[in-house]
Structure formats: C-alpha cells, structure tokens
Design a binder for this molecule. Structure first.
Ligand code: TXA
Ligand code: MG
Length: 339
C-alpha cells in the first residue's frame, strides 16, 4: 500500500516532479482522467499495468506538449498528422504513427506503432510542459471499469496504489479521445471520441471505420486497437440498449419495468420512471452532456446492490453520438434492442 497524495490543480509542479522520479500520478485531461508515468522509463510504465490490472498486450498512448515533440518518438510522419494537429491539438485526438526505437516495448505492447496525443486541460498541459517527457497514460480506472471523469472516481480505483491524484474538476468531454490510425490508407478510425468522424473527414478525406467500433468482436478476432476487444465500461448489472425514436424507447423501457430494473434515460423522460433507480444522460438533443454523464451513470449503478438489470435509451450515432453509442453498446456487450 502506498499513501496516495490528494493534490490540487495548483500542485501541478509537484505532480510533474513525481512523474520525473518514476512515480505514478493520475491527472485530469479534457476527456477522462489519465494514469501517468514517464513513458521512457520501462519500470514506471510496467507499474501502470500493475495498478490497473491491465492485460500486457494492450498498448498505452503517449502524451506530449505539442506537435513539435512528435518527431522525437515517431518515424515516417505523414503531412496529415501535422494537418490534424493544427486543427485539433491540443484536444481529444490520438494519432497512431510508426514509432522510433526510443519508445520502450512495454509502452506499445511490442507493436511497431505508437499512439500520440496532446491533451487540452490546463493541469495536463502544465505537467507536460514542466516534465518535457512523453507521459504514458491510459484512463485511470481499474481495467474493465468505466473511465473516471472525476478525481473521486480515480480515488475509488487507485487510492493506495499510486503516488498521487491531481484534482482538476470534472472532465469537459467525458469520453476518451478519438483514435485514428495514420499508418494505413485510407486512415482508419479505431475509437470514436471527442473529435467526430465528420470532423476528421474534413481534414483527411475518406476515413475507414474499424469494425470493432460498431460490433462485438468474437473471440479470436484481432481489432487494430487491442483495447477494443475487451468488454470495457461494464457495470455489474447487465445493460440492454434500446435504440429508436426516444418516445418509443422510453415506452418500451416502461413496459419492461420490474423490481431490480435500473434506467438510463434522457432528461425529457425522467418523469416516466418514478421510484426507479435512474440516471439521466441530460437532454435528448445534447450529445455533449450525454458524453459527460455516461461514465458516471455507469459507475453509479455499480453502487446499487439491488439493481440486477439496466435499460438504457440511446442517442443516434451521428457526430459525438458515435462515441456515446460506442461506449454504451460496449457496456451492454452489444446487447441492443432495435425498435
Ligand atoms: O482520452 C484518452 O485517450 C485517455 C486520456 C487519459 O488521454 N487515454 C486513454 O488511454 O483512453 P487507454 O489506454 O485507456 O486507451 C487507449 C486505447 C486502447 O484501446 C489501446 O489498445 C489503443 O488505445 N492503442 C494504444 N496504442 C495503440 C497502437 N499503437 N495501435 C492501436 N491501438 C493502440
Ligand atoms: Mg481505458
């Protein structure tokens, strides 16, 4: 057991110092909280896998202060990478690029590519500027749990296991970064996130969407983002996603209520479920709010011992909806009812 420090945003210099010394520090980004370590220190990176209980074959992404650091760690960088950086960095976009030998094997799980991201959060930016190191950082949850969007959620998973948690308030985006693989033609979306597929297309032209984004991978299949094969974001009670016109999906869920059923729905329909264990995703039309609230909703149900099944309304998959529905569908193991 480690005595985990609770740090405030103003303590970013202390967090940077701990990271440079090889310690693990959880810090806020605009997407979700990350569990950081010096990405050039194989022992520190190995400690991330231990603290999360993360499978060894699941690579980590490196966080850098800006696009001028890309060439330190990546080879054969296409012009498109700098085009994307100009438009979306700092921000919720991770690019997969060919790696240079300086990146330790433990970071990339032996792949010859590496994920690179420049986050947009004042605390993350200050830490990266002070360290001048690539910080390896997966989401700061125990493997298999929803990603943490508050310092409190990090604390629940990581207290006693890491040196410090920096509290920078709730995350503005709420789902993890978009991952695009630039080592293939056409570029391929491996994970939808805060930068939408439509926005990527404005810079890149046609973008392929990896199968793992939209359907359950069967055992034996190998998605290109190794992490996409795991049943992430899984609350203890099984989730059923109900897809269709919101008024109809709300009515469907209503007709399936019984003791032990929990509901995830849009704010517009809360009144239909009096007395039910319920989390609202926010207004039907507000995808940003739905993205911000989804992981906290899933985590909340893990604390509800009497909930044995969860029904969830689902937004459409356009824009940020692709990321929201991807996380929701994965939480449900792609158990989806289409109305
Ligand atoms: O928003 C985010 O990206 C957050 C914050 C903390 O920056 N980080 C994050 O990291 O979500 P993580 O480790 O939870 O998810 C990274 C995903 C995993 O699914 C992993 O398999 C994939 O990226 N990945 C990492 N390196 C890769 C590579 N070289 N090729 C393909 N996929 C890769
Ligand atoms: Mg993660």
């Amino acid at each position: 057991m480690t005595d985990t420090l609770r740090l405030a945003a103003a303590d970013a210099p202390r967090a940077a110092h701990l990271l440079a010394q090889g310690e693990l520090v959880a810090f806020p980004t605009e997407t979700v909280y990350g569990l950081g370590a010096n990405g050039l220190d194989p022992e520190a990176v190995a400690a991330i896998f231990a603290a999360k209980g993360r499978p060894q074959d699941n690579p980590l992404i490196l966080h850098i202060p800006g696009p001028d650091h890309l060439a330190r760690y990546c080879a054969h960088i296409p012009a498109a990478a700098y085009d994307l950086a100009r438009r979306f960095w700092p921000g919720p976009l991770t690019m997969i690029l060919a790696r240079k030998p300086v990146v330790p094997d433990v970071v990339t799980a032996g792949l010859d590519t590496v994920g690179m991201r420049c986050p947009d959060h004042p605390v993350a930016r200050e830490i990266l500027e002070l360290c001048q190191l690539p910080i390896a950082a997966p989401s700061a949850n125990t493997s298999g749990k929803p990603s943490p969007t508050t310092a409190q959620a990090v604390w629940e998973d990581m207290a006693g296991k890491i040196a410090a948690v920096v509290d920078g308030g709730p995350c503005a985006v709420g789902v993890e970064s978009t991952i695009v693989d630039l080592t293939v033609a056409p570029p391929r979306l491996l994970r939808p996130g805060g930068v939408t597929l439509e926005e990527l297309g404005e810079v890149l032209g046609p973008v392929a969407v990896d199968e793992a984004v939209v359907r359950l991978m069967s055992t034996g299949e190998k998605p290109r983002a190794p992490g996409m094969k795991y049943r992430h974001y899984a609350p203890k009670a099984p989730v059923t996603v109900v897809r269709g016109e919101p008024r109809e999906t709300a009515a469907y869920i209503c007709s399936h209520l019984r003791p032990g059923v929990g509901v995830i729905c849009f704010e517009d329909y809360v009144n239909l479920f009096p007395g039910c264990p319920l989390r609202s995703l926010g207004p039907e039309g507000d995808l940003s709010e739905q993205a911000r609230r989804l992981f906290e909703a899933l985590r909340w149900f893990d604390g509800q011992a009497d909930v044995t099944a969860i029904y969830a309304q689902s937004p459409d998959s356009g824009g940020l909806g692709l990321a929201v529905t991807n996380r929701l569908n994965k939480a449900a193991g792609f158990h989806i009812i289409d109305l």
